[in-house]
Design a protein around this ligand. Structure first.
Ligand code: HXC
Length: 514
């Protein structure tokens, strides 16, 4: 027996070498960590339990008959983050570039199937050149098996993808189906095909970084939700994201203890809104005053900056925040902002995370660029996502709520539970100038002094509509509140809404306008 135990230890030790020391050194020289080192940083100390160490690839073509590496280039198993179970896999770039083989896929699918049965999140650490080319259709099939499981697990358990190297082909489509993508600046890349293929097909000369680097995906394509400076910071921030999420769709996010006696009016909020309604201000200042200290964890920070989305805690409760940002494009809703907001709302709704909407929006962005690219279809996504969401939903209108954007941003009409407005709120079909120029066009033109007539009509309009009281008269706004009491009212309302039950009609699934 003793010899057998020694042999077992030897085998397990050899599995840790992956593609060998030379390749590990090359990885380290690039500032990258190995698949196992990454896991150590990700999970609570000593909590990782590996399975399928003895799995080997079965292919014989193109020299693969000589490749016999225990684990076949992916480390898989279970661990804990903040004491809660998670499933994970970590691709080993030292073994054939982390490429996905048939057996490799079987290992990942196995932990995903278990994760779904247990109702625990799955985290994929991706560092892969895509489908293992030497295996042909078998590795393609392996990816398709994984795509199917990613899709079936969507909305059942949170799925998080961390991109830690050059990922191509299937190695980008699996992450694309998951809920969140993390990337590392200057060392992780995502593309369907790399720069060489791009050059051949489109004759474009483009670098790895410009084509599919972290900055590109965080700001241009919106593929990456989070980017950080290095692997350690990235993996640490994955742990932070998990703090806000429940384990599965039947679970609720953790609630931290909160002393309600500590609540005080936030007087700073009384002086945020400028006197001039056309002057911008930074919605992040409002967010940080409303939420529990340092609890805002922003998603998609550098993409569609005219809308802000992210997780936070308020009164100890985890919430998702969706806020227009007046300091970027006046907070207007365009295609990218609508898609960013809609995706976030749907994630929160799928995983029982209540929604807090902070609204200051002049409307949808007009123009041919937006119309031709489908602002109607994309704006409808945000409307659809809010309307369909059944989690507790609170809206605070800080200033403008004009036009369709008033309806879209979680209005009472689409099941907002508590809709508040500050006294600075302006709620109407459109802004004063545009409105007056349309409805009083003839009177202004016929007037002896068109300028004076325009000013008079403008003042009438502002007096009538640029306030929250008409909406409040109808009950479309539940209360007009002082900015300083917002934190208190929002916490009270979310506490009240804990027992909320709401359902959508029975159906196979909805048909969000994609
Ligand atoms: C088998 C692969 C591989 C792959 C890389 N390797 N990708 N082996 N199948 N897909 C091997 C290399 O041969 C090399 O082996 C080692 O991994 C490291 O690769 P290098 O090229 O030396 O590294 P680097 O210069 O860092 O470039 C990494 C890379 C590049 C950008 C990922 O290797 C690459 O472009 N690979 C192909 C990417 C690709 O087009 N994949 C698409 C597959 S199709 P040695 O032995 O020399 O160390 C796909 C479709 C799925 O995935 C379905 C989608 C819907």
């Amino acid at each position: 027996m003793k010899n057998k135990i020694v042999e077992l230890a030897r085998l397990k030790e050899s599995s840790k070498l992956g593609g060998g020391e030379e390749k590990i050194n090359a990885l380290h020289a690039k500032g990258k960590l190995t698949a196992r080192e990454r896991i150590e940083i990700l999970v609570d100390e000593g909590s990782f339990q590996e399975i399928d160490v003895f799995v080997k690839q079965r292919s014989k073509d193109f020299g693969l008959d000589k490749v016999e590496i225990l684990g076949d280039g992916v480390v898989s198993g279970f661990g804990k983050i903040h004491g809660r179970e998670i499933a994970l896999y970590s691709q080993d770039f030292t073994v054939l570039g982390g490429s996905l083989s048939e057996t490799n896929s079987e290992k990942i699918c196995k932990i995903m199937n278990i994760a779904m049965k247990l109702g625990i999140p799955v985290i994929g650490l991706n560092d892969s050149g895509g489908a293992r080319i030497q295996e042909g259709v078998r590795s393609l099939g392996g990816y398709a098996d994984l795509f199917l499981l990613n899709t079936l697990a969507s909305g059942v358990i949170p799925q998080i993808s961390v991109i830690l190297g050059p990922c191509a082909g299937g190695a980008v489509y699996s992450p694309a189906i998951t809920d969140f993508i993390f990337m590392v600046k200057n060392s992780s890349y995502m593309f369907v095909t790399g720069p060489n293929v791009v050059k051949t097909v489109t004759h474009e000369d483009v670098s790895f970084e410009d084509l599919g680097g972290a900055e590109t995906h965080a700001s241009k394509s919106g593929v990456a939700h989070f980017i950080f400076e290095n692997e350690i910071e990235t993996l640490t921030q994955v742990r932070r994201l998990l703090e806000y999420l429940p384990q599965n769709f039947m679970d609720r996010p953790n609630e931290l203890e909160f002393d309600h006696r500590s609540l005080k009016p936030q007087n700073i909020l009384e002086s945020i809104i400028p006197e001039n309604p056309n002057k911008p201000y930074d919605m992040r200042v409002i967010i940080s005053s409303l939420v529990d200290e340092d609890s805002f964890f922003e998603v998609h920070k550098n993409y569609a900056e005219n809308i802000i989305v992210g997780f936070s805690r308020i009164g100890g409760m985890a919430v998702g925040i969706i806020a227009n940002q007046p300091s970027c494009l006046a907070g207007v809703l365009d295609i990218n902002a609508s898609v960013k907001g809609a995706r976030f709302v749907r994630f929160c709704d799928a995983f029982n995370i209540p929604l807090l909407v902070l609204e200051d929006v002049p409307g949808f962005l007009p123009g041919t660029d937006q119309e031709w690219n489908g602002i109607i279809r994309h704006g409808a996504k945000l409307l659809f996502a809010f309307a369909e969401a059944t989690v507790p939903k609170i809206t605070v209108i800080t200033r403008k709520a004009y036009g369709g954007a008033y309806d879209v941003m979680n209005s009472k009409h689409i099941r907002g539970d508590f809709n508040f407005a500050w006294p600075s709120a302006e709620i109407a079909v459109m802004g004063p100038k545009g409105a007056v120029e349309i409805i009083f066009k003839k009177e202004i033109a016929a007037s002896e002094d068109p300028e004076a007539e325009l000013t008079k009509k403008l003042n009438d309009y502002i007096e009538k509509f640029a306030n929250p009281y008409i909406a409040a008269e109808r009950g479309f706004i539940d209360d007009v509140i002082a900015p300083s009491e917002t934190r208190i009212r929002v916490i009270q309302s979310f506490s009240l809404l804990k027992s909320k039950v709401d359902k959508n009609p029975k159906k196979k699934h909805s048909n969000i306008p994609l």
